[in-house]
Structure formats: structure tokens, C-alpha cells
Design a protein. Sequence first.
Length: 101
Amino acid sequence: ALEVKEQRFRADWDTSAQISPFVRFGELSVRQVVYEVTQAAKSEEEKLRRLRRGTHKHQRDKRPVRKWEPRTFLRRLAWRDLAYWALWFNPKLADRPWRPQ
């Protein structure tokens, strides 16, 4: 069995957000994605708090709860946006390194 970290990079599995073309052609704003992901994380955190206090509708469920962390997704989104910005202002970066060795 593959480790969870290795499973993220499997191209044959449906594990990516699949938003890249929508962001690329301006149908989806990076700021909107960040906002929605942040709101979803806050909502999920609130559900976990209620579950721990026993006020959640599934309070009898005693299985361990895994906290949902959007940090990796948001970090990759930021790097993607930075790469597009760098290529826009420095088109030679597609063929040559920024700092020649």
C-alpha cells in the first residue's frame, strides 16, 4: 500500500482539484479559491469542535477525527500563481534558469 503522501501525486487517480484550466482562463479567481477554501476549513474546524463537545448530531460516533488542513493546497496554488507571474514578466524562464550557474 502506498503512503498517503505518495498517493497525492498519482496522475491516474482523481485526487487533484482540477481547477487549473478555470484559473488559467480567468473563469475562477485565485482570490475566490483562497476565500472558499479558508471558509470550508473554518466550517470543518467548527464541526470538529462541536463533535468534541458532544453537541454534534453524530455525537455517538467515537471514531478518531482527522483535522482537515488546506495549507498544502493553498501553498501549491500560490506557487502556481507565482510561476505564471514570473513567466509573464520573464518569458525566457521557460527555456533558461533565472540565475545562470
